[in-house]
Design a protein. Structure first.
Length: 124
């Protein structure tokens, strides 16, 4: 497995860890319970509860961001992600370099020379 493969595995693990922390923050919030068939009044109540739930999710994210542990975990996740991007580009650069060396220099026609398909058809 290449270095970039390992770093992307780390990214996945780090996002999973951060997701678990955010999930825990969300699950510790007290949310209203709504269960049952839907009459017009119940639909209106469900929409109201949905609005409250969205507000609770937003508040939870705000609280989680205020938590120093979550902030540190988010920073670590970002660092691992950008490290994986760097490793991927380094691997790509190495691959391009290796292929270029293996193929050798290419003949590039000087400017003004017609390349197949670029010349106008004869007789025009």
């Amino acid at each position: 497995m290449g270095h970039s493969d390992e770093t992307w595995n780390d990214v996945g693990e780090q996002f999973k860890k951060l997701g678990t922390i955010l999930k825990h923050h969300y699950q510790t919030q007290e949310l209203p319970d709504v269960v049952g068939p839907a009459s017009d009044d119940e639909v209106k109540e469900a929409v109201r509860v949905l609005g409250e739930t969205v507000k609770a999710v937003i508040a939870t994210v705000g609280d989680a961001v205020a938590d120093p542990g979550v902030r540190d975990e988010a920073r670590e996740t970002a660092a691992v992600f950008f490290g994986a991007l760097g490793a991927t580009f380094a691997d790509l650069a190495d691959d391009i370099s290796t292929r270029s060396e293996a193929e050798g220099p290419r003949d590039i026609p000087p400017p003004g020379d017609d390349v197949a398909g670029d010349a106008p058809p004869e007789g025009t």
